[in-house]
Design a protein around this ligand. Structure first.
Ligand code: GLP
Length: 243
């Protein structure tokens, strides 16, 4: 596991975006896995800048998002598809149909998860999967508990996760859906490379436990220790507890 320490969230965004830029230059048809949340917003801004200023080309790229809420669709501003349109999809030249997000309005969410997993495999797997970190140690929406699931699946969200997402729902936690679909831990670990982004003091204890603590289902991010191609990019506040 490589740990890249940055001074601040801007530097985290610069480095994370640089990893994507380098990949797309080497591999214009790259398959990316993408996160939502507050942490990656600046990285998406950098990618949009690289597209506008330097012609970074997304036309042959395929992206798969980590997760999506069940019960809301892209017309809902809190949906992750709406987030992705806002921060990336509508601001670069990603081809139609190449920005894949689980369909929160699918009538059968379990079947939707299976369809998504099949699409990732059909695309040849993920070249680079970028992850944020839940303060409770979740990645995607793989929540802490007594077990983890390997493949893309439906998850009942824990209260802290719903609270952390309330910012996208008028700061009203009661509006945050109770269930979500998420890539499974196996789906995540099958990606050829992983980037884990963490910024701010609120992530310090979690990043320390995830990177240097026991591998446990009670801290799903700790499973990233099992992958040979992980880079953790964090700012000085998030890195405060690392030895
Ligand atoms: C949500 C997403 C996660 C993300 C997490 C971190 O819960 N499902 O994939 O990593 O938020 O969010 P933030 O970056 O806002 O701290």
């Amino acid at each position: 596991m490589i740990i890249s320490l940055c001074d601040d969230p801007d530097a985290v965004a610069d480095l994370a975006a640089q990893r994507v830029v380098d990949l797309l230059h080497d591999r214009p048809r790259a398959v990316l896995g993408l996160p939502t949340g507050r942490t990656p917003v600046l990285m998406y801004d950098r990618l949009v800048e690289a597209h506008a200023a330097d012609g970074l080309d997304f036309s042959q790229v395929t992206t798969f998002n980590l997760d999506e809420f069940v019960g809301i669709g892209e017309s809902h501003p809190g949906s992750y598809r709406a987030y992705m349109r806002r921060y990336l999809f509508d601001r670069v030249n990603l081809s139609a149909g190449r920005g894949l997000v689980l369909d929160g309005l699918a009538p059968d969410p379990e079947a939707e998860c299976l369809r998504f997993e099949t699409l990732i495999d059909a695309a040849g797997g993920l070249d680079l999967l970028i992850l944020g970190l839940g303060a409770n140690g979740h990645v995607g929406f793989n929540e802490p508990g007594d077990s983890l699931q390997a493949e893309t699946h439906v998850m009942t969200l824990l209260t802290p996760s719903r609270e952390a997402n309330a910012v996208f729902f008028d700061d009203d936690v009661s509006q945050v859906p109770v269930r979500a679909m998420t890539m499974g831990m196996g789906t995540i670990l099958k990606a050829r490379r992983l980037l884990l982004l963490a910024t701010g003091a609120g992530k310090a204890a979690t990043i320390t436990a995830a990177v240097q603590g026991l591998v446990t289902t009670h801290l799903p991010a700790s499973f990233l220790q099992l992958h040979a191609g992980v880079e953790v990019i964090c700012d000085s506040e998030a890195a405060a507890g690392l030895r």
